[in-house]
Design a protein around this ligand. Structure first.
Ligand code: UD1
Length: 349
């Protein structure tokens, strides 16, 4: 039987690289398109070490439509696309809104036009729980209303979801699954791939691991006066490998014609809410490392609390988060140690 061929934009990134591994584990042929703007060419070596297969890789920016078109021409018979390639820093998006709108929206439009041109029918899109804002009811289900975005980044996710719905409504061939991620954390258990933050990490777990490693003096916990049991914000932290597996299942659902609607949307979370302080405590306990931290003021734009109702994904996709927070935070720390070892080796050589 012909192997399924899957094009993964942003496949060298954090979630992308873990998904490439899971696609290969599921027997797919993977073609990565990535401009390496927020990743590293060596990621492909990590992927190859884990799976024994080096995926096809094109260094290309999805904004360059003619470059992308050449890839579609070279790679005939693509069964599905996972579109990760996008900018994702909330703060930066407030500073550079047009850069975010151009990047995240134009790259999707280029891809959708080329999908129609080359007869590629199935798309998985990286969306975010940010579309729910602060939900009125918790845990949040997929039927909760989309709230006005609090950042240009969040708005690009909402707009891209709309573009996909409109395009699919007009094109009988286009199926899509929108995966609304909660907070992805951790790394592959092999510690051969993981998150590679650019500069000072904005997200909680990379900041924690860098602080525990002594790279940062202390973690700042943004606010302890929220209306939550310990006063810190609550999120649904999902293991990145679990998240990666959701993409494989979503693609299979469309390729094998099991999708019930042309565009479907799923929450990809654990269903467990954890506060920042609980996460800090768990990290220290499972890894046996101290984590200096101090409570500071709230971060502008933060949502107080959100966690997923993943029942629809569990029932319809047959996907469920498997990893415990303990193991996930162990994997995050193991990855940080691996990075430190690599840096030491580089410095010595
Ligand atoms: C944010 C976005 C999300 C986006 C993600 C990707 C919103 C509401 N959320 O998630 O859509 O996909 O970034 O970058 O726009 N924290 C600290 N100290 C730190 C860092 C974080 O206390 O140094 C706290 C935050 O206040 C928050 C929690 O940790 O309560 C998680 O923060 P973070 O990892 O940045 O993710 P989100 O803000 O949830």
């Amino acid at each position: 039987m012909k192997k399924r061929k899957i094009l993964v934009t942003g496949g060298m990134g954090y979630i992308g690289s873990h998904t490439v591994v899971e696609l290969q584990n599921a027997g797919c042929d993977v073609v990565i398109v990535d401009d390496l703007s927020n990743s590293n060419a060596a990621v492909i070596d990590g992927i190859e070490k884990i799976t024994g297969i080096r995926p096809m890789f094109y260094k290309e920016d999805c904004l360059n439509k003619s470059g992308l078109e050449m890839i579609f021409e070279a790679e005939e018979g693509i069964d599905g696309i996972i579109h990760f390639a996008a900018k994702k820093a909330v703060n930066e998006s407030v500073q550079k809104p047009l850069y975010y709108y151009r990047n995240n929206i134009m790259s999707l439009i280029n891809l959708l036009e080329l999908m129609a041109q080359f007869g590629v029918k199935n798309l998985v899109f990286s969306s975010s729980c940010t579309v729910y804002g602060q939900p009125d009811h918790l845990p949040v289900t997929e039927t909760a209303p989309v709230k006005t975005a609090t950042s240009p980044y969040g708005n690009t996710k909402q707009i891209c979801e709309e573009i996909i719905r409109d395009t699919s409504a007009a094109d009988a061939n286009l199926n899509a699954i929108l995966l609304r991620y909660f907070n992805p954390i951790g790394a592959h258990p092999s510690a051969l791939i993981g998150e590679l933050p650019n500069g000072v990490p904005m997200n909680l777990v990379p900041f924690i691991t860098q602080t525990a490693a002594g790279i940062r003096p202390e973690l700042k916990v943004f606010g302890n006066d929220y209306n939550t049991p310990d006063g810190s914000c609550i999120r649904d932290y999902i293991n990145v490998v679990d998240l990666a597996k959701a993409h494989v299942v979503a693609l299979d659902r469309m390729i094998s014609g099991k999708n019930k609607q042309k565009v479907e949307c799923f929450n990809i979370g654990t269903g467990r809410g954890l506060s920042v302080l609980e996460l800090v405590e768990t990290f220290q306990r499972v890894n046996g490392v101290p984590l200096p931290y101090k409570i500071v003021g709230r971060r502008e734009g933060d949502i107080e609390q959100i966690w997923a109702d993943p029942a629809y994904a569990n029932d319809e996709l047959g996907w469920k988060a498997q990893e415990t927070t303990d193991d996930t935070l162990r994997s995050a720390w193991k990855w940080q140690m691996h990075l430190a070892e690599n840096q030491k080796k580089e410095a010595e050589s």
